[in-house]
Write a protein that binds this ligand. Structure first.
Ligand code: NOJ
Length: 775
């Protein structure tokens, strides 16, 4: 064994040295030649290793095995040493020491010494927790989002991980789906920009010690589950799939994502994990993706339950043939692939291809060169969170940019640092839920609750009173069935909690109600049939309204809620999502005016669940609803305004902005060229602030119906009081293109509307014509 190991590493060292020498020699040559030489070195190394592997060892490389947060049991170590494990999905609390033991077994005791790679769910932070996906998207600030991803990568790689199962870029327009919290909202363009930013942020320079390989998920269209019910089927027309759902995955891949995860769901009748059209035609052929395809957890076994395989062998065969390389914690690849190959039911080339890709990501992660590179503790930290310097400044900077001011009547906010403030609600002094779903290794004890944030910010200037007011949810049996269900309920009856809250509200000059959802309610397996606040919390808010005190509603939640009445009861409403480790400080910054809110919704807020789906970029239909001219035979609900309560792109500031003088550089655009659309944005108030200028386009007449507006650009700008700035967007041919009925990406000549606004509803208009190509 040692002999073989030595041979392999000597070969590797030779290839590496050769590659480096070539790189230097070719430094002045066109980059493609140097890249080709390096790619050749990599492929030679992989082929030489593959040639030495048995079929069993190859099948072993395709297994990603789960590791609990405990010293690895002998049975797992034996499996690693036997070459039966290719990678490890590590429990969030698994320590680098535990992972190191596993790696030692792989490198020192397995026949070929092939290192493992370690993966985990680092979705919005590892130890320093940043706002959830919907929050990050609300910042419309790619620099801030990039900071959050880079910090997450540093911490995760410092804890021994090589790969994260993120970003989650599933477009979703159904807030009943609990996982909507993890994504970046309803819009394809915004989600695509964020997807690319997050991938680059995680990966940095691929192979570097602090590079965390991104496994983008869940391919494809997991966010379109019918009825918003998790794991339910998805059925999406090809046009909508290409136009709306697929681009964010492609953006992540184009940004260099090393891996992609299949969805647990079926797409148009075929489970994603066995969907050859999706994984081979789209992903490999059309998109030329050469990275790794990983099944979601036990998705291969579930092919039997889906009813597309009768046993484990058939499930494994279907998944591999379709293009799933790695099975996540799922026994059938290991158990059945060697036999299937021996019986000639699967070509060994198919297995080899999948193994090549596993070896390639390990190569790209730098693991052949140095298998312990992320397990050495050289990132300067012992594993325990205690006493670690979190990236608090970064977390606060990012979090406050993600808060969205939905309402602010009579300038209720910002609050003055004086008098008595009553802070009430189950999320008011809650440092657990503020971390959101998928908190990785974030510790509630290290998160700042709103109470703590306000307490610090107010100092001795104002009195801060606190009461729970209501329990966070009122359906314990249903809650117990959630994946993340640890909440502590106050045993007192609701009337006692309410009485205590009202007593302090009456003493206060202003009341802040911190209401919303426990984090487990916006999570995997946490779909709901209503978007209402839990009943006890609604009653609390109504009672607080009756006190007549100025009332600020601070929402913490992982999905758009239906808050028609709540938004009327409250004088001000601040959507804070789940804002992470520094959430309490960030929210206090906004409530007290130390930071002027600048967030904008990345998703529409419906008035009620019955309106779903509600999104801004709909098709016009033949009978569009026109609010100003109601009539019978229109696409509408007869019992409710079909528009959202708060639209996509919406969010207020403590100052006001105006837009004027929208101009286009041309009104006749020759094909293949671009034009400039410019507008003046002015801060009309007496406080500096940021806003997001949003560019939307509409193709007025095309061979397929095109949306009434589509986001095609945005710019977040900071303006001093009274300051104006001219903002210019370039509208290029990419912004004008779309998929036609044959799923070809084309542009068609004709008229386009250009719309620019500070949300998706209030827009300045201009128009140009894309000219025909001259013959
Ligand atoms: C199942 C989830 O669908 C996926 O998003 C996650 O990455 C894996 N489990 C691993 O936790």
């Amino acid at each position: 064994m040692e002999g073989l190991l030595a041979t392999i590493y000597a070969a590797f060292a030779r290839y590496l040295a050769w590659g480096l020498a070539l790189c230097l020699a070719l430094a002045s040559s066109p980059p493609s030649e140097a890249a080709t030489a390096l790619a050749n070195a990599k492929s030679t190394f992989i082929e030489s290793l593959l040639a030495r592997m048995t079929v069993e060892e190859k099948a072993g490389q395709l297994l990603m095995r789960f590791a609990e947060a405990e010293p690895p049991p002998q049975i797992v170590l034996d499996a690693v040493a036997a070459g039966n494990v290719g990678s490890v999905f590590a429990h969030p609390a698994a320590t680098p020491a535990q992972l190191r033991t596993l790696q030692q077994h792989a490198v020192k005791h397995s026949r070929l010494g092939i290192p493992l790679f370690f993966a985990g769910d680092v979705v919005h932070g590892r130890r320093t927790i940043f706002p959830i996906g919907l929050g990050l998207a609300s910042s419309w600030d790619l620099d801030a989002i990039s900071v959050s991803a880079r910090v997450a990568a540093r911490e995760a790689t410092g804890d021994g991980l090589d790969m994260t199962f993120a970003p989650m870029v599933d477009i979703s327009r159904d807030p009943r789906w609990g996982r909507i919290s993890e994504g970046f909202g309803e819009d394809t363009y915004l989600v695509s920009r964020i997807a690319a930013t997050v991938v680059r942020g995680f990966q940095g320079e691929l192979g570097a010690r602090d590079s965390l390989m991104a496994c983008v998920k869940h391919f494809a269209a997991y966010g379109a589950v019918e009825g918003g019910r998790d794991y339910n089927s998805t059925d999406v027309s090809p046009l909508r799939l290409y136009q709306d759902y697929l681009p964010p995955y492609l953006a992540a891949i184009n940004a260099g994502a090393g891996a992609i995860m299949t969805a647990l769901t079926s797409l148009n009748g075929v489970p994603a994990t066995a969907n050859g059209w999706l994984l081979r035609s789209v992903l490999r052929q059309q998109w030329q993706f050469s990275g790794l395809v990983i099944s979601d957890h036990s998705a291969i076994e579930e092919l039997i339950v889906h009813g597309v395989a009768q046993d484990g062998a058939q499930a494994a065969q279907r998944a591999l043939v379709a293009g799933t390389d790695v099975s996540m914690n799922d026994r059938y690849y290991l158990q059945t692939l060697p036999g299937l190959i021996e019986q000639g039911q699967i070509e060994v080339e198919l297995l080899d291809d999948a193994v090549r890709r596993v070896l390639a990501v390990k190569y790209d992660m730098g693991l052949f060169e140095s298998p312990f590179r992320r397990l050495s503790g050289s990132h300067g930290a012992a594993f325990s969170n205690a006493g670690l310097a979190l990236y608090r400044a970064e977390a606060r900077h990012v979090a406050r940019r993600t808060l969205v001011l939905l309402k602010n009547e009579r300038a209720t906010l910002p609050l003055k640092r004086q008098g008595t403030i009553a802070l009430i609600g189950p999320l008011a002094d809650n440092s657990r839920d503020i971390l959101g779903s998928w908190p990785a290794n974030g510790q509630p004890s290290q998160a700042v609750s709103l109470y703590q944030g306000l307490r610090t910010a107010l100092g001795d200037h104002a009195q801060l009173l606190y009461a729970l007011g209501a329990n966070i949810h009122d359906n314990p049996p249903a809650f117990d069935l959630l994946a993340d269900n640890q909440v502590v309920l106050d045993p007192r009856p609701p009337s006692a909690l309410l009485a205590e809250a009202l007593a302090i509200a009456r003493q206060a000059d202003v009341v802040i109600a911190a209401l919303g959802e426990p984090r487990g309610m916006s999570h995997e397996g946490a779909s709901k049939t209503t978007l209402d606040l839990p009943q006890q919390q609604r009653e609390l808010l109504r009672a607080l309204k009756m006190t007549g005190k100025p009332l600020v509603l601070v929402l913490m939640n992982g999905r758009p809620l239906s808050i028609v009445e709540e938004s009327q009861w409250a004088d001000a409403v601040l959507e804070t999502w789940f804002s992470g480790s520094e959430g309490g400080n960030a929210i206090a910054d906004v409530l007290l005016g130390d930071y002027n809110p600048s967030g904008k919704l990345p998703i529409s807020f419906p008035r009620t669940v019955g309106q779903l789906p509600v999104h801004y970029n709909t098709l016009n239909t033949g009978r569009p609803f026109i609010k100003e001219r109601p009539s019978k035979y229109k696409s509408r609900y007869f019992d409710l305004d079909p528009t959202p309560l708060y639209p996509f792109g919406y969010g207020l500031s403590y100052t006001t902005f105006s837009l004027s003088s929208l101009r286009l550089s041309t009104h006749q655009l020759p094909p293949g060229q671009s034009l400039q659309a410019s507008i003046t944005v002015k801060n009309q108030g007496s406080r500096s602030g940021e806003t997001v200028v949003q560019l939307y386009l509409r193709d007025r007449v095309a061979s397929v119906s095109r949306p009434i507006k589509e986001l095609k650009g945005f710019r977040k700008v900071l303006l001093a009081p009274g300051e104006s700035r001219r903002i210019t967007f370039t509208v290029d041919q990419t912004a004008l293109g779309f998929y036609n009925q044959d799923l070809q990406w084309i542009t068609e000549p004709g008229e386009f509307d250009v719309m620019i606004g500070l949300d998706s509803q209030h827009l300045e208009h201009a128009r140009f014509e894309l000219l025909e190509a001259s013959r």
